[in-house]
Every structure is written in structure tokens, then in C-alpha cells.
Design a protein around this ligand. Structure first.
Ligand code: ATP
Ligand code: MG
Ligand code: MG
Ligand code: MG
Length: 561
């Protein structure tokens, strides 16, 4: 590419709207331009960086045995109604009517569409496992789009979905993705951690977020200094305190107490993540509001919570024996709570999440429907983990740090396949729902996260695998035949060797060319200028270290290939 012909509009001034360094540098280096809130046009340089990430993701997904497909962005509301998500997803889902007045939405994620494909195309255990992915533009009507590509409303995501015959196999698919994600983010040159995230109704450690460590991250993560434990703060264990509940969510007061019993409950769904809904029960204990979320509760007749360390007595609706009813404290919604795992006849029968106190914004209630009876004793307030608490796994020292969520893998289980009647015939002849997993990478966010981690006061310092060009050749003597001839020659030779190279052949002062080369973050700068005329030498400078070498032109190509 010749800079003189490229659409690569760099800015000297820092745009006022940009709060974080990656956003500032991406605007200044001509990556993208804003069309409207959270929606950007990717200009050639920015798109090239996004493509670099896409290619790494694609190679690693293919290596892990996944197949690429491409699903539509426009999705019919009726498909979303099958899983109940059309009503429940909330305002991040952009809904509209077409000219025939059919309700539609723009895909923020694709569980419904992929499950629809699979239920129509695959019918036998012989077809499984299968993992399908796409790299595509997503739309989420984020309440606060900000930080440029870090939280757009329109953004590029890789989303993959696995289908397996059993829980065990689904866990194998999950682990393959875990490994693929480690390779992806390592190859992108990022400093990252895989952290435990809330795995909701599934239980176990089957949800991980991949976090790029950066002070501008919107997530707080807990990392143990002495063992491998790392978790999203939302998931990290909470500590029991003796205080009573003081804050009462306003909506809870509207709920009637049922009967004379200690506890009244009302049913609803709560959206805890755009792609996650949970069945909830909201509890009043003797008129005092506490909030309780219950998943898989149809099978559970009664839960008697012994204490908030996670020990409970449970009676099932059928005659199954309860083997285990223990849980760990969690803090998911801001309020803190307790997640209880109920194992009956060797199967995880239910997850019961108790939330205490909390942020009223998170309670979203309709269909109020007086529920069932539970006994809750000694409900105390809980608080989230801090650095003065011991590590929940080894008792070691904890550290809190900020992270940017660049990837998220999740075992979904059979929630989607059951609600959409997506089944296959197993080897025993029985029709069973597919056991699913989903796996996302925020492709455009990865570019922003890479810049958060790799920059200095002069601009971006691209990790080589993400750099749109590995080399920039500066022609500092447009009117000098020898200099121009050599710059052109190096440009051609590097191109012939397959190096991605841009030739700065603009009619600009040397100072401006040096500044732009730094701003763009291209790993190697080759300068053909005065010392070529004087000594026959060309300067090669590494962006990251600032190291400079003067080389004979014939050695330059060799060094950079
Ligand atoms: P966040 O917590 O940041 O809102 P999320 O948990 O809602 O993200 P997922 O549903 O897990 O996102 O989507 C998979 C990946 O897509 C995320 O790990 C993230 O990297 C990326 N992503 C999500 N929302 C955005 C966004 N608004 N802009 C850019 N990337 C995003
Ligand atoms: Mg989100
Ligand atoms: Mg998240
Ligand atoms: Mg997520």
C-alpha cells in the first residue's frame, strides 16, 4: 500500500469524546469513524486489524474441529418466542416490524437460529458432536455505548455453538474451546487470564471469561497470588456477615404475603445476562423482603435453608432421594447470594439461588403469581469478597484487578434444545435433547483491548500478529532519485517476500512521517533518507523497543522476513 493513496486519516489532536486510550488512539490513527452512538464505520486500517484477529480466531476454531457458517442478522420474533427470550431479553434487543408487519429483531446472539438449524438437519447421535461458528456483526442496543470499539452497539463477534449427546461429551467440547481460546489470545499477543464466571443453572466450573488485564476494564476480577484461582467478582464467593438486611427493593413491597407462613414467594423470570434468563422466585420472609432466585424449581418441593454457608434440607416433588444440597455463596447481581446445588438420585436436579437485599434495578417483575412455600431461617446480609479475605480455594492472598472481557465460554445444557424441541435419537433409540455450549469472542473488542495493553505516549505499539502492516518504509527524499529509488525497491522486495508493508510516499515533512509511523504502531520502520545518500545505509527501527540499526539495503529485507 502506498500511503499517498490510502484512506488513513490521522489526527494530531485528541478527540474530546474519547475517554480511554484505545478509543483516542483508534480515532487518531484513522481506524474508524463514528456514524451514530456506538456505531462505527471501520476504515481500511481498522478493518485490517479486525481481520487479523478474525484470521487467528478462524484458524484456531478450525484447528479445534469447528466449522464456519454464517447466519442472518435479521431474525424473526417467533423463533425468539419459542425460548421465551423475545419477551425477556430486554431493551438490548433491537425489535422492529417489516412492511408486512412481521415482528423481527437484530441478532445480539444466535442460540435460537443455530438450534433451529440443528433441529431440522441433525437427527441422530451419529451426527454428533458438532461445533459451528460464525464471525459476524452483532447488534446490542447497549444502554451506555462507550470507549469506542470496546462497547459498541454494533460490533464484530465470533460466536460458536456446540451440540453433544451427553453432559460428559458437552464438557469435552467445552474443554476444547477452553484450549482454543487460550491459543487465540496468546497468539494475539495479549496478557490475559481465564477466570471463572457464573455458570448459572449448569453448576460446576463451566463458564469462563477471558479477561485482558487493563485498568480501563469494566469487570473486576479476583486473582489468587498463591494458586490458580481467578474469578469474576460477580462469581467470586461472598462472605457472611451478621448484619440484618437494611435495603429493601421498592418493588418488593408491592408483593403480597401468602398465607400465614414465614415466607411468601412470587414467580418471574429475570434476565441476568442478555443470553441468560432464570426462573425466579422472590421471597418475603415474615414480611421482610429477601429475594430468591430458583432454577429447575419444578422438581423441588421444599427447601429449608439451614444457613448461608450453603447447607440445606431439600424435599423433591417426586420420591427421589436428595443426595447433596450444598452450595457456595455468590454475588451475581450486585446483591449477594447463595447458589445451592441439589443432587437427587445422582443427577443435578436443581440449582437454587438465594439473593439477599440488592439493587432494585435488577428486579424486574410481571405476572405476579403467588407461589410456593419455603422456610428460610436466619437470613443474614452478605458482602462480597475483598482482598482481606482468604482465597476460597487455598486460603492464600487475593488481589483485585480490572479486566476487559474479550471472550466467554459457557456450557448451556439443554435449556434451548428443550424449549425448542431440538432432539436427536441416541444409540439406545431414545429421543434426547441436544446438550449445548456457546462460545463468544469479541473480535472488535480484542483490537481495542490490545491497544489498551500496548501503547506509549506516541501511539499504538501493535503486537506483530495484529499489526495491519509489519513494516512501514519512509521515503524521506521524494525529489531525490537515489532515495526514492531505494525506498521503492525495498517496498517492492518486501512485498514480494510476503511482508505486509506500507510505503510512506506522501509529500510530508520527515517529522510528520515519523509521528504517524509511531501513532500507527507498525512494528518496524525503515527510513531511507540522508544517510542513504551519504553512507549507503538505511535505518531500521523497532517500534516497541525504539532500537535503531543502520543496515545495508540488502540486509534489510533479510532482517525483516
Ligand atoms: P459485557 O459483559 O462486556 O457486556 P457480555 O457478557 O454481555 O459482555 P457475551 O454475551 O458474553 O457479552 O458476548 C461474547 C463476547 O462479545 C464478550 O465476551 C465480549 O468480548 C463481546 N462483546 C459483548 N458486548 C460487546 C459490545 N457491546 N461491544 C463489543 N464487544 C462486545
Ligand atoms: Mg453485555
Ligand atoms: Mg459479561
Ligand atoms: Mg459474557
Amino acid at each position: 500500500m502506498r500511503y499517498s493513496q490510502a484512506l488513513l486519516p490521522t489526527l494530531k489532536e485528541t478527540p474530546a469524546e474519547a475517554e480511554v486510550v484505545s478509543h483516542r488512539l483508534m480515532l487518531r490513527a484513522g481506524f474508524m469513524r463514528k456514524l451514530t452512538s456506538g456505531v462505527y464505520s471501520y476504515l481500511p486500517y481498522g478493518l485490517a486489524a479486525i481481520r487479523k484477529v478474525e484470521n487467528i480466531v478462524r484458524e484456531e476454531m478450525n484447528r479445534a474441529g469447528a466449522q464456519e457458517l454464517l447466519m442472518p442478522m435479521v431474525q424473526p420474533a417467533d423463533l425468539w418466542r419459542e425460548t421465551g427470550r423475545y419477551e425477556k431479553y430486554g431493551p438490548e434487543l433491537l425489535r422492529f416490524h417489516d412492511r408486512h408487519d412481521r415482528e423481527s429483531c437484530l441478532g445480539p446472539t444466535h442460540e435460537e437460529v443455530i438450534t433451529d438449524i440443528i433441529r431440522k438437519e441433525l437427527h441422530s447421535y451419529r451426527d454428533l458432536p458438532i461445533n459451528l461458528y460464525q464471525i459476524q456483526t452483532k447488534f446490542r442496543d447497549e444502554i451506555r455505548p462507550r470507549f469506542g470499539l470496546m462497547r459498541g452497539r454494533e460490533f464484530v463477534m465470533k460466536d460458536a455453538y456446540s451440540f453433544d449427546v451427553s453432559d460428559r461429551d458437552a464438557e469435552i467440547s467445552y474443554l476444547k474451546m477452553f484450549e482454543a481460546y487460550k491459543r487465540i489470545f496468546t497468539r494475539c499477543g495479549l496478557e490475559f487470564r481465564a477466570v471463572q464466571a457464573d455458570s448459572g443453572a449448569i453448576g460446576g466450573n463451566f463458564s469462563h471469561e477471558f479477561m485482558v488485564l487493563a485498568s480501563t476494564g469494566e469487570d473486576t476480577i479476583v486473582i489468587c497470588q498463591d494458586c490458580e484461582y481467578a474469578a469474576n467478582m460477580e462469581k467470586a464467593a461472598v462472605i457472611l456477615e451478621d448484619e440484618k438486611i437494611t435495603e429493601v427493593p421498592a418493588e418488593l413491597e408491592k408483593i403480597e404475603t401468602v398465607g400465614k407462613r414465614k415466607v411468601a414467594a412470587v414467580c418471574d423470570f429475570l434476565q441476568i445476562e442478555p443470553n441468560q434468563l432464570v426462573k425466579t422466585l422472590v421471597f418475603l420472609a415474615d414480611g421482610e423482603p429477601i429475594a430468591v432466585l430458583v432454577r429447575g424449581d419444578r422438581e423441588v418441593e421444599e427447601v429449608k435453608l439451614k444457613n448461608l454457608l450453603g447447607v440445606a434440607e431439600v424435599k423433591m416433588a417426586d420420591d427421589r432421594q436428595v443426595f447433596e444440597a450444598t452450595g457456595v455463596p455468590t454475588g451475581y447481581l450486585g446483591p449477594v447470594g447463595l447458589s445451592l446445588r441439589i443432587v437427587a438420585d445422582q443427577e443435578v436436579a436443581a440449582m437454587v439461588n438465594f439473593y439477599v437485599g440488592g439493587n432494585e434495578k435488577n428486579y424486574h417483575m410481571r405476572n405476579v403469581n403467588p407461589g410456593r412455600d419455603f422456610q428460610v431461617e436466619n437470613v443474614a446480609d452478605l458482602r462480597q469478597i475483598t482482598t482481606s479475605d482468604p482465597c476460597p480455594e487455598c486460603g492464600g492472598r487475593l488481589e483485585l484487578t480490572e479486566g476487559i472481557e474479550v471472550g466467554h465460554i459457557f456450557k448451556l445444557g439443554t435449556g434451548y434444545s428443550e424449549s425448542m424441541q431440538a432432539t436427536f435419537q441416541d444409540s439406545d433409540g431414545v429421543e434426547k435433547p441436544f446438550v449445548m455450549g456457546c462460545y463468544g469472542v469479541g473480535v472488535s473488542r480484542v483490537v481495542a483491548a490490545a491497544i489498551e495493553q500496548n501503547h506509549d505516549e506516541n501511539g499504538i505499539i501493535f503486537p506483530v500478529p495484529l499489526a495491519p502492516y509489519q513494516v512501514i518504509v519512509l521515503n524521506l527524499g521524494l525529489k531525490d532519485e537515489a532515495i526514492s529509488g531505494m525506498a521503492e525497491k525495498l517496498y517492492r522486495e518486501l512485498q514480494e517476500k510476503g511482508v505486509e508493508v506500507i510505503l510512506d510516499d506522501r509529500d510530508e515533512r520527515p517529522g510528520a512521517k515519523f509521528k504517524d509511523a509511531d501513532l500507527l504502531g507498525i512494528p518496524f520502520r525503515v527510513t531511507v533518507g540522508k544517510s542513504f545518500v551519504g553512507k549507503g545505509l538505511v535505518e531500521v527501527r523497532e517500534r516497541r523497543t525504539g532500537e535503531v540499526e543502520e543496515l545495508r539495503p540488502e540486509d534489510v529485507v533479510e532482517k525483516l522476513c
